[in-house]
Design a protein around this ligand. Structure first.
Ligand code: MRU
Length: 342
């Protein structure tokens, strides 16, 4: 990775625009919280941990620009800013967890100067913690990947998605870095091609051999014994382990079960939603029909075609072999496993 995909510059946030990859490595300087909110909605920055980190910086940036020195008025304005930021994408738990932390940090400040300082330092802390968590997840998860394994992954869960080392893709990178001769199968991940555009870009930069497949080829390769394990990230995980992740994850989990292939989820504990018992209660984002009827602006379906475009699906806990977190690897029952993490 030549530069950081997310970099705080004191008065603005620099991000690598993921919508322009792999054609162009274009960085955007975002000086207003509204710009960060739009970048999240438009998937210029994406992936649950990275969304959380950028949301935290958006709250900091919004707070720095508030003019009033009256504490109550300041907090009222800040809550308005937070409402705009949380309206961007409904599924990624990290977004909500990060802004809740930012609000608590602000509420603890005695006056507006101190609140502004606290907002910046809390955002930097959230970023550092999320990045550190991905390093630990990668280290722990790499222990599950044997030498010579063929590993299938979905969507993009690397540095781009985490503002750190990566979750599922971090595990793959770490295992390869340990000298294990692994093969990677990366699904293209329709409709927005995070696998083809972003995972392929990251694996190529890392010098890790991989094969790009279309989403519908996964069963073919599993049935031929060419997949030793599946590893994916998560957008939100309920207490029972039900996992919302990029659409198509559920299909992969069912296929993995049918073929007796371990199915791992790699995610920081900040992706768990401890207020939800089951996955059915996780809000699923419905995105624009054009993402399905067009590929990079080119129409592939007749005008007027009716479209469904849920961005995530829910994989039930019983299809998940283990969840790799930064504080340990947990298995069924996940609620108990989560409580026992140090
Ligand atoms: O819509 P996206 O690209 O933000 O979806 C990303 C995913 O589903 C990821 O797997 C998840 O957020 C985890 S990223 C480490």
């Amino acid at each position: 990775m030549p530069k950081e995909p997310v970099e705080w510059l004191g008065d603005r946030l620099r991000i690598l625009d993921q919508t322009r990859l792999p054609q162009e490595e274009a960085y955007l300087d975002l000086g207003r919280y509204q710009d960060i909110a739009s970048a999240i909605t438009e998937l210029k920055i994406r992936g649950a941990p990275a969304i959380g980190v950028c949301a935290a910086y958006a709250v900091a940036l919004g707070g720095l620009k508030i003019e009033t020195r009256a504490r109550a008025e300041f907090l009222k304005e800040l809550r308005g800013i937070i409402r705009t930021i949380t309206a961007t994408r409904p599924t990624a738990r990290n977004l909500f967890g990060a802004v809740e932390r930012m609000l608590r940090a602000a509420e603890a400040g005695r006056d507006t100067d101190r609140i502004k300082e606290a907002l910046v330092s809390e955002a930097v802390k959230i970023h550092a913690e999320e990045a550190a968590a991905t390093g630990k997840i990668s280290q722990l998860g790499a222990g599950l990947i044997g030498d010579g394994f063929s590993v299938l992954t979905h969507c993009n869960t690397g540095a781009l998605a985490t503002a750190g080392y990566g979750t599922a893709l971090g595990v793959i990178k770490k295992a390869a870095g340990q000298g294990k001769k692994i093969k990677v199968l990366a699904t293209e991940t329709r409709p927005l091609l995070q696998g083809a555009r972003l995972t392929a870009w990251e694996l190529m930069k890392a010098g890790i051999p991989f094969t790009l497949i279309t989403d519908s080829m996964a069963g073919y390769f599993m049935s031929r014994g060419e997949v030793d394990c599946v590893i994916v990230g998560a957008a939100r995980i309920a207490l029972n382990g039900d996992t919302a992740n990029k659409l198509g994850t559920y299909t992969l989990a069912v296929l993995a079960k049918e073929h007796g292939i371990p199915f791992y989820v790699a995610a920081p504990t900040t992706t768990f939603d401890t207020t939800l018992d089951k996955g059915i209660d996780i809000p699923i984002e419905e995105r624009s029909p054009e993402e399905v009827t067009r590929i990079q602006g080119v129409a592939i379906a007749p005008e007027g075609t009716r479209v469904a475009n849920p961005a995530f699906d829910i994989t039930p806990h019983h299809l998940i072999t283990a969840i790799i977190t930064e504080r340990g690897i947990i298995r069924e029952p996940y609620g108990e496993g989560l409580r026992e993490l140090k």
